[in-house]
Design a protein around this ligand. Structure first.
Ligand code: BDP
Length: 682
């Protein structure tokens, strides 16, 4: 077989299991996840001629729980030689002694992650000696949120901001019950280390409140499909559920009846799903109900739900995406970027221990470039999770190639307190104060899962960065290529690898070049957010402005003359952002309103930078397409996958040209400053 026949397999094609499948494998231990490991091994060895064998015979690989009795000698040896800290339920040790490859773990999840680790290593897991090494996830919670609607929303469809077809869970108000597909999905997620999902949209429609009541069996069925892969299911809930369901007249979090209602609801959920993860809540945001209606705080609201879940060990993921989407746009002192901090920072220390405050990585809304949210550094006494957007709402909607690994790596590596201080990754990884990493899923019922086949790499990279935030995003691309494409090739993969790197490595920067400049954001068509519309949101109440006029552009967020947003950062960054001279170029227009002639750190004026980057970005998109087209007829990738990517690159090239022309024409007309190189601007 030369090319993929089962596109559903994504980064787990059966060929990737050949190295394990040809070998004699011992699996030691009991429990549901150990059974999953056994099933995986049975499947692979059934195809490739190896076998699941007993401890008395010759064997090449051992997967063992540390507590198994009697532990085979090689596993006991690896364990005895290990001197590091606790592995926990999800960590594992890998080593190779006397020709036997060994994975030892304390829990079934660790063993399963160890199996997928060996799949990533391929044949190299079976060569020479491997010193025992521990692999433990840096973050305890690695979660994917689906914005899937039970019933198609009239505007948003079945998946809000979904670009990969319908929901794999729901259709037309019913559970789809395509459980084999859900299990295949759970398996893909486990292979990248994801251990939590939420299966419905944060904007919870009235009918969806019934997931907590008469539809609970549907939810339990999904939980059953995820459980064998170590993934805990969560639900988004509507804060006003007691009212929406017609049971009570109030949803006031301090009302005893309301508290009892939620306690009973949680009891029912746990009776059906004993390992249920908890609730995800979007409250008082973009029209969702919340505690403000009753004069209560977000801590009041979150803690009430937390109390209902506490007896069962559940958590509330309370989202910090709270702002006024009907702000007075004539008032230049209000600033949407300030909102999350202004709402939440004063409540630091007031949230219960099983509340996780889920903060978007930037202060606005998943733009191509934003500074890191100041909320992340402002709440040391609150458990925080950082939320990323894998679905490409603002980054090309899975029609454009935009590999986001490099952006997320920058976010995770950012040090809010400056040099030498803790990083964002350190904060979310902290064993007591960290709430992990969450991302909005990019998956649907599309044959490639993600619409754009190359968008799979974003899901892959998210999971792997949540496991190891220090991972190099380009190396993660290699891993993804090695699993997804290389096992299917019987010849040299180097040309394919170099094409994929050429198309993907710099694609986020390319996308940034042809869209909104210098961190100012938006400029997208209102509503669906695809393609350029420079003034689309400029004179609306949404709070997303660029303030371009004939003299200059950008948002003054300084303390000296602007909205004061820079003051929300710890001193090191507050000062850097406050001054035009020290503010990083790529964020200049996020923080400052400057004349078109302002000279950037790069030595170029703002207006010339806009022209240069837009010409360059559109050209790079065309080069990406040309690189991909070189694969035509080579058989290096499946023909339908090749065609799907090419068709999307055609659209990317068209759209990048549209962005270039609209943005350049707009700023030429506003500023009256021509392009120094006399290129064509419409
Ligand atoms: C925005 C989306 C909107 C979501 C919202 C959220 O445009 O569809 O409901 O975020 O995060 O990016 O709640």
């Amino acid at each position: 077989m030369d090319i993929a026949t089962d596109v559903h397999a994504a980064w787990l094609p059966s060929e990737a299991f050949r190295p394990i499948g040809t070998r004699r494998v011992v699996v030691q231990g009991e429990g549901e996840l150990v059974e999953t490991v056994r099933r995986e091994v049975e499947g692979a060895t059934g195809v490739y001629g190896g076998g699941l064998v007993g401890t008395g015979t010759g064997y090449d690989v051992v997967f063992a729980l540390a507590g198994a009795q009697p532990l085979v000698g090689e596993a006991a040896g690896v364990l005895a030689g290990y001197e590091g800290g606790a592995l926990g339920g999800e960590g594992f040790l890998v080593g190779r002694v006397e020709g036997v490859t060994v994975v030892v773990a304390e829990g079934g999840a660790g063993l399963l992650y160890g199996l997928f680790h060996l799949v990533r290593l391929g044949e190299s897991a079976f060569r020479g000696e491997l010193a025992a090494r521990a692999h433990v996830p840096a973050l305890r919670s690695r979660m994917l949120d689906h914005w899937d609607n039970l019933t198609a929303h009239p505007v948003m469809g079945h998946v809000e901001r979904g670009y990969a077809g319908g929901s794999i869970f729901w259709r037309d108000g019913e559970a789809r019950r395509d459980l084999p597909r859900v299990r295949a999905y759970a398996r893909l997620l486990a292979a990248v280390g994801i251990n939590a999902v939420s299966v419905n949209n944060v904007n919870v429609q009235a009918a969806e409140t019934r997931l907590l009541t008469e539809r609970l069996a549907d939810v339990a069925e999904l939980a059953d499909a995820f459980r064998p892969y170590g993934i805990r299911l969560h639900l988004s809930v509507n804060f006003a559920s007691p009212v929406v369901l017609g049971d009570l007249e109030t949803a006031d979090p301090l009302d005893e009846g309301v508290r009892a209602w939620w306690a009973a609801a949680a009891g029912r959920v746990y009776a059906a799903i004993p390992d249920f993860g908890g609730f995800v809540v979007k409250a008082d945001s973009e029209g969702q109900p919340g505690p403000f209606a009753y004069g209560r705080t977000h801590a009041d609201g979150a803690n009430m739900l937390a109390a209902a879940l506490r007896p069962y060990g559940g958590q509330v993921h309370w989202r910090a995406f709270v702002y006024d989407h009907r702000q007075d746009w004539r008032d230049r002192t209000t600033d949407r970027a300030r909102a999350a901090y202004d709402h939440f920072a004063p409540q630091d220390g007031e949230f219960a221990a099983n509340v996780v405050l889920q903060v978007k990585h930037g202060p606005m809304d998943f733009q191509t470039r934003e500074p890191v949210s100041p909320v992340i550094a402002a709440m040391p006494r609150t458990r925080l999770a950082v939320e990323l957007q894998v679905t490409q709402e603002y980054t090309g909607q899975q029609r454009h190639v935009c590999y986001l690994g490099p952006m997320w790596r920058e976010v995770l590596g950012f040090g809010p307190w400056g040099e030498g201080g803790k990083s964002v990754a350190d904060l979310v990884a902290d064993p007591t104060a960290g709430g992990g990493l969450v991302a909005v899923s990019n998956v649907g019922d599309d044959a490639y899962w993600t619409g754009h086949p190359l968008a799979q790499a974003n899901l892959y990279a998210f999971g792997r960065l949540a496991w190891d935030p220090a991972a190099d995003p380009v190396a993660l691309l290699d891993e993804w290529i090695d699993l997804t494409f290389v096992p299917l090739l019987s010849r040299d993969a180097a040309p394919l690898r170099s094409t994929l790197h050429a198309v993907m490595d710099g694609s986020w920067r390319t996308y940034e070049r042809y869209t909104a400049p210098l961190g100012v954001g938006f400029m997208v068509r209102p509503g669906h957010h695809y393609g350029p519309d420079v003034d689309g949101y400029e004179y609306t109440p949404w709070g997303t402005y660029h303030y371009a006029d004939r003299d200059g552009v950008g948002v003054d967020r300084t303390r000296a003359t602007g909205t004061g947003y820079t003051g929300q950062y710890p001193a090191a960054w507050a000062e850097v952002y406050e001054a035009r001279e020290t503010c990083p170029d790529e964020l200049l227009l996020f923080f400052h309103h400057v004349p078109y002639g302002h000279v950037l750190g790069s030595g170029v004026t703002v207006i010339q930078h806009i022209y240069d980057t837009h010409f360059a970005g559109a050209e790079e998109a065309a080069e990406m397409r040309a690189r991909w087209a070189e694969l035509a007829g080579t058989g290096l990738v499946d023909a339908s996958l090749y065609a799907r990517v090419l068709e999307r690159l055609d659209e990317q090239v068209r759209c990048a040209g549209e962005w270039r022309d609209q943005v350049n024409a707009y700023f030429w007309r506003k500023s009256g400053v021509p392009d120094a190189h006399g290129r064509l601007i419409p």
